[in-house]
Design a protein around this ligand. Structure first.
Ligand code: SME
Length: 151
């Protein structure tokens, strides 16, 4: 399945007002996990009010202990501060990385903006080394923009 063909499915999940916001976010995680074979853990983290920490939201994949991540810590915490996409082709080469599972080889985190403010992110772990391209970044930016309309 191509990213272009997933976009309308993302939009229809977002527009389904019969589901609660968190159900829609979970449905997006499930859609991505089902159709992109190198997306193995997909989750959302959101800023905890005005605190400088992220809280885990809906996700698909192995349960993680990292339900609270301080700003600056790990790949996610760095994106909370940098406001920029972070593509990690090889997690073993990162010093500031929080390991969730020994099977994870690579990670991508893309921030979500509401009114220009970084309020959270989508985080994807891959068990495949160096799988992410600019196409993933552009697609995940599309997903994050769509999600921002719910928040
Ligand atoms: N690896 C992330 C932590 C979250 S898990 O991938 C679910 C990080 O370094 O921020």
């Amino acid at each position: 399945m191509t990213f272009e063909s997933l976009k309308p499915q993302v939009e229809s999940i977002i527009l389904n007002a019969e589901k609660a916001v968190n159900e829609r976010l979970l449905a997006i995680c499930t859609l991505l996990e089902t159709h992109v074979n190198y997306y193995n853990w997909i989750g959302f983290y959101f800023r905890n009010g005005q605190k400088e920490e992220l809280l885990l939201g809906p996700y698909v994949g192995e349960p993680t202990d990292h339900t609270v991540i301080p700003f600056g810590k790990g790949i996610c915490g760095q994106v909370a501060v940098s406001n920029k996409n972070f593509v990690v082709p090889d997690v073993a080469a990162q010093d500031n990385y929080i390991a969730c599972s020994i099977t994870v080889k690579a990670e991508i985190v893309v921030p979500i903006f509401v009114n220009g403010k970084n309020i959270g992110q989508i985080d994807i772990d891959s068990n495949t080394p160096d799988p992410f391209t600019e196409a993933d970044e552009r697609f995940l930016e599309f997903v994050c923009t769509a999600v921002s309309t719910l928040l």
